[in-house]
Design a protein around this ligand. Structure first.
Ligand SMILES: N[C@@H](CCC(=O)N[C@@H](CS)C(=O)NCC(=O)O)C(=O)O
Length: 204
């Protein structure tokens, strides 16, 4: 059994989507960020960075408990534990890593930057524009790619799809206008949203 500590943010969604899609047994422990539940001594013992998501796998490697933060590390851990969503072939695996890094380290932090700038006590319009343009540029590249292939890293679903869908689902819910004008991304997102595991994962 795995304990998941999360909220319905992009990073929280990514971890829960990973557990659901990989078919791993887990218990959701919701963390209310607005109430500061990520800053309690109990939570800081799990992640001293005071950030969700965190998992505790009570039957980790070697049968020992494992505590793990970082949504993308959790995603890779779930894929390796279940043997799903990570191609073995060299070229397909390299494409998966490239797509995963784009979703987790380019697209996701850019959305975080847009939010941070707009929610600031002194919003800085030129910075907001810069991050919005960067977001659109990333989605344009994803749109071109998803016009040519079914999934993020080719014609097989991988953890890159789970990572990108985590941020896309969050952005669509919080700022739908950022997701307009990318028809192939919308086609792919519709297929991801129809997956029963994804439908379970987004219900926080
Ligand atoms: N790189 C980390 C980022 C985690 C993160 O930023 N978590 C946010 C929610 S999406 C959080 O816990 N924020 C609370 C805070 O920073 O006070 C990951 O991928 O898990």
């Amino acid at each position: 059994m795995i304990d998941l500590y999360a909220a319905g943010t992009s990073n929280g969604l990514r971890a829960r989507m990973a557990l659901e899609e990989c078919g791993l047994a887990y218990k959701l422990n919701p963390i209310a960020l607005d109430k500061g539940e990520h800053k309690t001594p109990q939570f800081l013992a799990l992640n001293p960075n005071a950030q969700i998501p965190v998992i505790v796998d009570h039957e980790g490697p070697g049968g020992k408990p494992l505590t793990l933060a970082q949504s993308t590390a959790i995603l890779v851990y779930c894929a390796e534990k279940s043997g799903k969503f990570m191609p073995r072939d060299g070229a397909a695996r390299a494409a998966m890593w490239e797509a995963l890094m784009s979703a987790s380290t380019d697209v996701t932090p850019t959305f975080g930057s847009i939010n941070a700038v707009l929610r600031s006590e002194e919003p800085h319009a030129p910075s907001a524009e810069l991050f919005k343009e960067r977001w659109k540029q990333y989605l344009k590249v994803w749109d071109d790619r998803l016009a040519r292939q079914k999934y993020c890293a080719g014609n097989e679903m991988t953890i890159a799809d789970i990572s990108l869908y985590g941020i896309y689902a969050r952005a669509k819910a919080a700022a739908a206008q950022l997701c307009e004008g990318f028809p192939s991304v919308a086609r792919w997102a519709g297929e991801m949203a129809a997956r029963p595991a994804m439908q379970r994962a987004v219900k926080f």
